[in-house]
Design a protein around this ligand. Structure first.
Ligand code: HMG
Ligand code: MG
Length: 296
């Protein structure tokens, strides 16, 4: 049976803006974040403490942390010791680490193989857990890699189990380039729920091929009740060729609402937040609910 309540983790300020051609001004990002909070978003990825040489769009991470109101759970991404230290110095208490299942993607994204990343992250995660932080692990290329092709689900399950053994609080399992089908989504998340029933399990779908809502429905049927989504459908990893935006928050919330599943988020509120950034991003925003809102 389907859940009555679903948690949405808004990733627009991070995934949504990291891949933008334009540098969105910091005060616009802060206004965007405030509008998302006003829409009822309770969990959000605010920014990333990554190398500004690699991702200049996230170079204002410390200013974002200083300027954002602290409401609910607010994640920041961090790839290494330096990023975690900077995030903690900026007051972050919920950190998202990120690793790809495939070596080829992981090397392009964080310049290490998957095993090298795990070796480097192991003591860092242990320390964060000792210090009482919330640790989320984002698993990229969980279904398909832009360089290696299809990924055997058991490889993804095994990487998730390694993170679970380290005591992370949440896994966010990602279809980085939007290749997964509903059957693949149901299969992988059923396996993950079977192997790791006690960990917070989140699905992160990119909508490159317009399969994300179908994949969310399939994942709901596999028992997933947490989804990452990005207002306006913005997003994409700069190191995953072919990646486009995440599934749009306003469209996910609308679908769930119509299915009598509560998210605590207002579709109109999300559309108002999209208005804040729409003129600052390089692509037209044409999600289902935002288009209706603009034409109303
Ligand atoms: P590297 O070049 O191997 O790192 O990059 P390094 O340790 O040799 O450092 C290089 C330079 O960066 C040095 O500066 C460091 O000080 C600096 P220099 O001496 O040349 O002046 N540096 C840093 N500066 C600020 N913050 C830091 C930091 N670390 C080093 N944390 C590194 C390795 C991991 C740093 C780099 O590859 C990187 O920053 N990658 C980030 C990639 C990224 O942000 N990708 C997007 C997020 S993941 C994603 O979108 C997928 C997801 O949505 C799920 C999905 O859809 O799949 C989560
Ligand atoms: Mg992503």
């Amino acid at each position: 049976s389907l859940p009555k309540k679903v948690s949405i983790i808004e990733v627009g300020p991070r995934d949504g803006l990291q891949n933008e051609k334009n540098q969105v001004p910091t005060d616009v990002k802060l206004h965007f974040i405030r509008a998302l909070q006003d829409a009822g978003v309770g969990e959000m990825e605010l920014t990333s403490f990554v190398s500004p040489k690699w991702v200049p769009q996230m170079g204002d991470a410390a200013d974002i942390m200083a300027g954002a109101k602290r409401i609910g759970r607010q994640f920041v991404l961090a790839p290494n010791e330096r990023g975690i230290a900077n995030a903690r110095a900026a007051g972050a208490d919920s950190i998202a680490v990120f690793v790809g299942v495939t070596d080829a993607f992981n090397k392009k994204n964080i310049n290490r193989t998957t095993d090298e990343s795990m070796e480097q992250l192991t003591p860092l995660i242990q320390k964060m857990k000792e210090d009482g932080l919330f640790v989320r692990a984002c698993i990229s290329t969980a279904f398909h890699c832009p360089f290696e092709g299809p990924v055997d689900p058991e490889r993804t399950v095994n990487l998730c189990k390694r993170f679970a053994r380290l005591g992370v609080d949440e896994l966010s399992v990602a279809d980085t380039i939007g290749m997964a089908t509903p059957q693949e989504s149901e299969l992988l998340f059923s396996r993950l729920k079977e192997e790791l029933p006690d960990i917070l399990m989140t699905a992160h779908f990119h909508d490159t091929r317009k399969m994300a809502l179908a994949n969310i429905f399939a994942s709901l049927q596999a028992g997933v009740d947490r989804f990452d989504a990005s207002a306006g459908g913005l997003g994409g990893c700069p190191f995953a060729p072919g990646a486009t935006g995440n599934v749009a928050t306003e469209d996910v919330v609308n679908m769930l609402e119509r299915m009598d599943i509560d998210t605590g988020i207002s579709v109109e509120g999300i559309c108002r937040a999209v208005d804040v950034v729409a003129s600052h991003v390089s692509r037209p925003i044409s999600t289902g609910m935002y288009t209706l809102y603009k034409n109303a």
